[in-house]
Design a protein around this ligand. Structure first.
Ligand code: MSP
Length: 514
């Protein structure tokens, strides 16, 4: 059986509804998933929610709700947003599901048996909202959490620990021999230098039920629940059928890529590989960490619930459309860097790339077809006009290389060469003149290949603008865009003359910058 390309997103906390930062991680993951499907690959794309821990329980209590009722409601909001954003996930995992709980328990039992989990005393400081332990030396001003800035409490209690330290040398060797494991490179260097220059301490992976009771019980000690991160990371294998469904697991694991934000790199590039190693499982192929969206044109703060500057994706989609929002997120910053999110930047990007360049090209062409040929694609010589030859020759390999690396801005720049050439061809060939001069053969040749350029661009743009590209492609060809693998579908001259192409509405109208 063929192997599926397995792509994951982080599991989102369900203490609040999704914002633009969460939308970003899923848009990126969806773009790659759609790209692989476009290439004819079988894809398994997983997303879901991280539901345990006191943070979630407290959020429910604050609203006077039962945890289950509260989380179900938030999960519905996530699912509704993913639908609206066209996120084509194949599976949605919730850490409260039985299929996940049993894998977490099995992993704990196995690691405990091997001596990788042991009971000891924890002495230090605890940040309840982050559910993280800290040493006195790590605190801000002696009493505040270095992550969220809130006051920590001092604790001394027995807990279970996972022997990260035992695997430090192994992780160092693994990272050194797999420089492609973490993308971008500067994140790889950051992790490698952390692993080389600090001593890993063992990870506290339990919480006493007296303090935290909303979690997966430790199977060999009913006084404890599992630390939420240790529980959540295992979703990547529980959804793939680890321990209980060998056939499914061997088909899906290892994952092709874990997409994450830069804030959760250590968990994914240090804890997670060690957990897998200790369990005797293969490493995922890549961990790709994106940057943050910062609020406003000045972009000083990360967009987050605790900062109170949340940008709601729902309203943005209602106003600008899901394709346009996706495009902005993917085009505005190279993956890995931080971006500044503002309405103005969004509108400028839509106006320049989607309205002026792409939308205008499509709509102008459809208008010409309607006017000159009553919307029927004319018969013409199939040989490619010279202006497209070198662009078309290089496009597929450049696009493929950049898409595989999740280098979406570069991939789009490559596609734009074709769009720019097509727009330029209109200015240079002056079809209105050919029409006036009744040069029907030349006009037919020009129009046929203009439409062919749009059809090919549409294929390449599909992972970014799935809804509008699928629609254009169907109108042009009568077929679904995924009918043939990309490499075959881009063959020049595939459009059938005689096809009636409905003019439709203008694509991506311009917005006023207020
Ligand atoms: N539950 C953990 C992940 C467990 S994965 C096994 C978690 N959840 S989260 O809801 O806080 O964040 C999920 C993702 O959203 C992270 O990748 C994070 O980087 C991303 N974002 C949250 N705010 C963000 C921005 N302002 N900008 C971009 N992405 C950010 O961490």
């Amino acid at each position: 059986m063929s192997r599926g390309v397995y792509i994951t997103t982080p599991l989102y906390y369900v203490n609040a509804s999704p914002h633009i930062g969460h939308a970003y991680t899923n848009v990126i993951s969806d773009t790659l998933a759609r790209y692989f499907r476009l290439e004819g690959e079988e894809v398994f794309f997983l997303t879901g929610t991280d539901e345990h821990g006191q943070k979630v329980k407290n959020a429910a209590l604050a609203e006077g709700k039962e945890v289950k009722e509260f989380t179900d409601n938030i999960v519905d909001n996530f699912i509704a947003l993913w639908r609206k954003l066209n996120i084509s996930y194949d599976d949605f995992i919730r850490t409260t599901q039985a299929r996940h709980v049993k894998v977490v328990k099995e992993a704990l039992i196995r690691l405990h048996k091997r001596g990788d989990i042991y009971l000891s005393v924890y002495k230090g400081f605890y940040c309840m909202p982050c559910e993280s332990f800290w040493l006195a030396s790590q605190l801000k001003e002696g009493k505040f959490c270095p992550d969220c800035g809130r006051e920590v409490e001092e604790v001394e209690e027995k807990n279970y620990f996972f022997r990260l330290s035992r695997y430090q040398d192994w992780l160092q060797r693994f990272l050194k021999s797999n420089p492609g494991f973490i993308f971008p490179d500067y994140r790889y260097n950051e992790v490698l230098s952390f692993v080389e220059n600090s001593r890993l301490s063992d990870l506290c992976i339990s919480r006493p039920k007296s303090r935290v009771d909303w979690g997966i019980e430790i199977p060999f000690d009913k006084n404890y629940v599992t630390y939420v991160w240790f529980d959540a990371l295992l979703n990547y294998i529980s959804a793939a059928g680890a321990f209980f469904d060998e056939e499914r697991f061997s088909r899906l694991w290892p994952a092709e890529v874990h997409f994450i934000g830069k804030d959760i790199l250590r968990q994914h590039a240090v804890y997670w590989p060690i957990m897998l190693k200790a369990l005797g499982l293969e490493m995922p192929k890549r961990v790709v960490a994106h940057g943050w969206w910062l609020a406003g044109e000045e972009g000083k703060d990360k967009i987050s619930k605790s900062k109170g500057n949340v940008v709601g994706p729902d309203e943005l989609i209602d106003e600008f459309g899901s394709d346009a929002l996706r495009f902005f997120l993917l085009r505005e910053v190279p993956l890995g860097l931080d971006g500044k999110f503002s309405r103005r930047a969004l509108i400028l990007r839509i106006n320049s790339d989607l309205s002026n360049d792409w939308g205008n090209l499509v709509f102008r062409s459809l208008n010409m077809l309607a006017k000159y040929f009553h919307s029927r694609l004319p018969e013409a010589k199939k040989s490619m006009p010279s202006r497209y030859i070198s662009i078309h020759q290089n496009l597929y390999s450049q696009y493929q290389k950049n898409m595989k690396r999740a280098n979406f801005t570069r991939a789009l720049e490559e596609v734009w060469k074709l769009i720019t050439a097509a727009n330029k061809s209109i200015e240079e060939e002056k079809p209105w003149q050919l029409y006036k001069d009744k040069k029907t053969d030349e006009l037919s040749y020009f129009i046929y290949h203009l439409f062919e350029a749009i059809r090919v661009a549409c294929l390449f743009l599909y992972p970014f603008l799935p809804s509008s590209c699928r629609d254009i492609y169907r109108r042009f060809t009568g077929k679904d865009i995924l009918t043939r693998p990309l490499k075959e579908a881009i063959e020049w001259g595939s459009l059938e003359a005689g096809q009636l192409i409905d003019k439709g509405n203008p694509l991506f109208p311009r917005f006023d910058v207020d």
